[in-house]
Design a protein around this ligand. Structure first.
Ligand SMILES: [Fe+2]
Ligand SMILES: [Fe+2]
Length: 143
């Protein structure tokens, strides 16, 4: 798959940018997977995307992002699509994971440039210092 991280994807929010780089890595791995590894790559992409969206949803709540419902709703639609692809892939159609991966760059281009860019700008504007969801999990384990 001819898709890579590009300068225009940088939204100036380091944890978000790092997560988006990893998203591209996971999508590429799925797009390039063979039938025998496609299911495992699909699972990895879904796990990564759940964490990616949970982190942004958390930031939106904490920073009182005005269009929260619109952005969260789009995350939910993508996760629902991924879940239905997983269910069909598990029923003997592993190649559907690759089809999904080929749709995701166009979705990401649009989502990152609009909803994620707006969230990054909002967090900067209100001076919200995000707490990473992974850090929260680590704190809970430590407590
Ligand atoms: Fe994002
Ligand atoms: Fe998002």
């Amino acid at each position: 798959m001819d898709w890579k991280w590009q300068e225009r994807y940088i939204l100036g929010h380091a944890p978000m940018d790092a997560t988006h780089q990893e998203f591209i890595t996971r999508v590429k791995a799925l797009a390039e997977a063979g039938d025998e590894t496609a299911l495992a790559e699909l699972e990895r992409l879904i796990a990564h995307t759940q964490a990616h969206f949970a982190q942004e949803n958390h930031w939106m709540e904490e920073s009182a992002f005005p269009p929260l419902h619109c952005h969260v709703g789009e995350h939910q639609r993508v996760l629902a699509s991924m879940a239905s692809v997983r269910s069909m892939a598990n029923k003997g159609r592993p190649a559907l994971g690759r089809t999904l991966a080929l749709e995701l760059p166009a979705w990401f281009e649009n989502h990152a440039a609009t909803m994620d860019a707006a969230l990054a700008q909002h967090m900067r504007h209100v001076g919200y210092v995000p707490v990473n969801v992974e850090d929260l999990a680590a704190e809970k384990t430590a407590a």
